[in-house]
Design a protein around this ligand. Structure first.
Ligand SMILES: [Zn+2]
Length: 101
C-alpha cells in the first residue's frame, strides 16, 4: 500500500509491504500477488517483499492465489494504463534527486 511519511516537514511517499507492514526500500526485491475475487475479470493486488512475505501470502491465499509479478513490471503496466509519459516521470525523478525525496 502507499503511505506518506512526514520527514523533516516534507511528505515522503512510500510503498509499504502488505504482508509485514515494513517499508519496501528496494523495488527489485518486491513483487505483487494477484488474488482472485468473485468476478473472474478482476483480481485484488497485494504488494510485498519477495521471499518470505510473498511466499507466506501465496500459501495463505491457497486457491485464491492468481499469480505474481515483479514490482517493476506491475508499475510499468500502471504507468501505461494511466497514460503517464516517460518524460514526465524522468522530470519528476530528477526533481526527487534534487530535493532528496
Ligand atoms: Zn514484507
Amino acid at each position: 500500500m502507499f503511505k506518506v511519511k512526514n520527514q523533516d516537514g516534507r511528505n515522503a511517499p512510500l510503498l509499504i509491504c502488505d504482508i509485514c507492514g515494513q517499508c519496501i526500500e528496494d523495488g527489485a526485491l518486491a513483487g505483487v500477488i494477484y488474488e482472485k475475487t468473485g468476478n473472474p475479470l478482476w483480481s485484488d493486488v497485494h504488494v510485498g517483499h519477495k521471499g518470505q512475505c510473498l511466499d507466506s501470502l501465496e500459501h495463505r491465499l491457497g486457491d485464491k492465489y492468481d499469480g505474481w509479478e515483479e514490482l517493476y513490471r506491475f508499475l510499468s503496466f500502471i504507468t501505461h494504463n494511466v497514460q503517464l509519459k516517460g518524460e514526465d516521470i524522468d522530470e519528476a525523478l530528477e526533481m526527487n534527486r534534487q530535493t532528496g525525496l
